[in-house]
Design a protein around this ligand. Structure first.
Ligand code: NAD
Length: 688
């Protein structure tokens, strides 16, 4: 049986508007006579190999000759397009009419999702398999419905380059299970889907030379591949696969972003097997979000997470808060090309404050089968309070922290949930997998944190830093009044900037309950206490001291001689400074080792895991954490700290401050300023 194709003469064809990047700059620039000639040449090449039918063109619908976008035909069913772009929507009526008159069943896709016909739905010859393009014009939802309606397998392929806005611009299936395509037009997962289905000897990747000249936009008929262009390499490959290559120049249509395949719709697909119990991997779930969705930008952030994650969405309901104090509510259907993708998008959305809305389910638990290794689908935690549904009841996770997994324990009558690092997992433990039965408390919103600029050009910033410090001092006093805990994370910059004595004073006055640092802070603090220098610079006069570069080594050596900082203090060898005040006032400290360390001091914990554990112990129960000019230790501490702990990050680099503020916690304040100035102001504000 010969193929049958639907064409539409280009009588009214021109570039009349811009709906893809190819059309830009080409409005009104087509040459009618040349366009007609090119179309005739294509028609002749097609007529030799297929039966052709034509639909009448309609004035005012210049893109009608691109019949591939009319819809999709399989068996006796025509599924009309639901154009995403309004300019092409009026075409649908005329195509539907044509198919009705020829006795085909016209069945619209359920739902609202856009669908642009064969342009985004390419049947693999001889198989009941549709490659489904989405991400630019056609929605994922449409492919899910198409699979069910027609009993076909659909493999979704996400398009990521607007120039390749329909699948048929960058992908061409051939008989014998073969394909050729332009990989750059797809995301990584889509490429994996192609390679999972098509063995290497059956696929051919074209380069930009072919892709940009619409080589993939080819009509494949009876041993021939008809296209605007084919490079030498592509031609050779197609010949080895047994195809003639027929080149029909279609430059006039490329002005509008189309070529051979776009000008053709298959009216039947000879050799396609009968219906299968359709199984597309496309999955969906509904999520809800509530809060200041508009003013905080949360709504945008949520939708971005879906599209960036390779999914699609449909907003089912949106009720905006009409007053400042009223929350907005959104219900969003999230559609993803696979269960794995869906779960990762949902986990991202949960983190941003949404919750899965479908009927409540218990969390899915999987057993650990290797110590220190989590089951593949593990849910990874955030800093926000998290509840897990176990046997119909919501249980709050203990020891909330970021980048851990949730372990469900049944040791007691009531199940318990705890956040645990992957390395601490033991065989037999039950780990929460996927996002079912996980609820994250949405007390947070992006951009809700403050960042004060000082080192920026803004002249008023210095005053703003002063105001911020006054506010922090007030909070610290209140923490002390209720016997709360302030933890300081600090780097040697504190000493280099001459702020060591300010920090020492805060410790001596009982404003600091724990100190987290590295070898560097302690080494330079001891150096300063013994010699008045930091990295060899005299801190009083700001001058390099001759031979001073070895001072910190001498300091380290001295502490090593005594066996530790506390011992050096006890022996009277160390009599001032930050570390001295910690020892004198019984303020616990943890010094974490790093690859940069000299010495190290005997107190420095060089076992990374032990150092992390020591930090975690000292953070427990903290009300406030002051992070002073240490990118390494501040970010490390940020990851261990649950939401709800007040974080103050002071750094001269906005990037470090933003990184911490990006936790999205409303409790974090970033201050971009010199840490010496900050501590000077803070010690003064707390002096009274
Ligand atoms: P880091 O690079 O992680 O952090 C330093 C931060 O200070 C940066 O974010 C920078 O922007 C900021 N900064 C610089 N000048 C500033 C200023 N005037 N005001 C405010 N912020 C300022 O480095 P780190 O935390 O110092 O050190 C990383 C590791 O190296 C630590 O473990 C540390 O102990 C170790 N170290 C060891 C030695 C030593 O043993 N002699 C010396 C230095 C560092």
């Amino acid at each position: 049986m010969a193929d049958r194709l639907l064409l539409c003469p280009p009588r009214f064809y021109r570039v009349a508007y811009v709906i893809n990047p190819w059309m830009e700059g080409n409005v009104g620039r087509t040459d009618d006579a040349e366009a007609a000639r090119q179309w005739q040449t294509l028609r002749t090449a097609l007529a030799d190999r297929a039966e052709l039918e034509a639909v009448d063109p309609v004035p005012g619908l210049p893109d009608m000759p691109f019949t591939a976008n009319a819809g999709f035909v399989l068996d006796d069913v025509f599924v009309p397009s639901r154009f995403r772009v309004p300019q092409r929507r009026p075409e649908t009526r005329h195509f539907v009419e044509w198919f009705r008159q020829r006795g085909l069943r016209v069945i619209e896709l359920p739902g609202q999702g856009s669908f642009e016909g064969e342009g985004d739905a390419l049947l693999q010859p001889g198989e009941r398999l549709v490659w489904g393009g989405y991400g630019v014009r056609t929605s994922l939802d449409a492919h899910r419905h198409l699979a069910e309606l027609l009993g076909v397998d659909v493999v979704p392929l996400r398009l990521v380059d607007q120039r390749f806005y329909h699948l048929d611009t960058c992908f061409c299936p051939l008989p014998g299970g073969r394909v050729f395509y332009y990989p750059e037009a797809f995301d990584t997962e889509s490429l994996e889907r192609i390679t999972a289905r098509v063995t290497p000897e059956r696929r051919f990747e074209v380069g930009a030379e072919d892709a940009l000249r619409f080589a993939c936009n080819a009509v494949v008929l009876d041993g021939a591949v008809i296209s605007n262009f084919a490079s030498g390499a592509l031609t050779e490959r197609l010949r080895t696969w047994g195809h003639d290559v027929i080149v029909c120049p279609l430059g006039q249509y490329i002005l509008a972003g189309g070529a051979a395949k776009c000008l053709v719709l298959h009216l039947d697909h000879p050799g396609t097997p009968g219906r299968v119990r359709s199984v597309s991997d496309i999955r969906e779930r509904t999520v809800e979000a509530q809060g200041d969705l508009l003013d905080t930008g949360l709504m945008n952030a949520l939708l971005d997470r879906i599209t960036e994650g390779g999914g699609d969405f449909e907003i089912e309901a949106f009720r905006p808060g009409l007053r400042h104090d009223q929350a907005s509510l959104a219900r969003v259907r999230v559609i993803a090309p696979s269960l794995r993708r869906l779960e990762s998008i949902l986990a991202d959305m949960l983190e941003a404050g949404a919750r899965v809305a479908d009927e409540e389910r218990d969390a899915r638990l999987e057993t650990v089968v290797q110590d220190g290794v989590a089951p593949a689908e593990f849910y990874s935690t955030t800093i926000f309070p998290t509840d897990v549904r176990v046997r119909g009841r919501w249980v709050r996770a203990a020891r909330q922290r970021m980048d851990a997994v949730l372990v469900v324990e049944h040791h007691t009558a009531e199940p318990a949930v705890v956040c645990r690092l992957i390395r601490d997992l033991r065989c037999g433990e039950l780990v929460v997998c996927g996002v079912d039965g996980v609820r994250v408390e949405g007390t947070h919103a992006p951009h809700a944190n403050d960042t004060f600029g000082f080192m920026t050009a803004d002249a008023s910033s210095e005053r703003r830093v002063e105001l911020a410090v006054e506010r922090i001092a007030w909070e610290m006093r209140r923490v002390r009044e209720r016997s709360g805990r302030v933890v300081v994370v600090a780097s040697p910059v504190v000493i280099h900037t001459g702020a060591g004595p300010h920090l020492a004073r805060l410790i001596a006055r009982g404003h600091v309950q724990a100190l987290l640092a590295g070898n560097g802070l302690a080494a330079h603090d001891v150096e300063q206490a013994l010699y008045g220098t930091s990295l060899g610079v005299d801190l009083k006069r700001g001058l390099n001291v001759e031979g001073g570069h070895r001072n910190h080594l001498v300091a380290i050596n001295l502490v090593r001689e005594y066996g530790g900082i506390a011992q050096a203090v006890a022996a009277g060898a160390l009599r001032s400074g930050v570390m001295y005040e910690c020892v004198r006032h019984g303020v616990p400290f943890a010094l974490a080792g790093s690859i940069r360390d000299d010495g190290p001091l005997p107190d420095t914990i060089v076992d990374l895991i032990a150092a992390q554990a020591a930090y975690a112990r000292l953070i427990e129960g903290a009300d406030m954490i002051l992070m002073l000019a240490s990118m390494l230790h501040s970010i490390g501490v940020g990851n261990m700290t649950p939401a709800g702990v007040r974080l103050i990050c002071v750094d001269i680099s906005p990037a470090v401050v933003t990184k911490l503020a990006d936790r999205g916690s409303i409790e974090s304040t970033g201050i971009v300023t010199d840490v010496g100035l900050f501590l000077n102001l803070l010690a003064a504000a707390l002096a009274g």
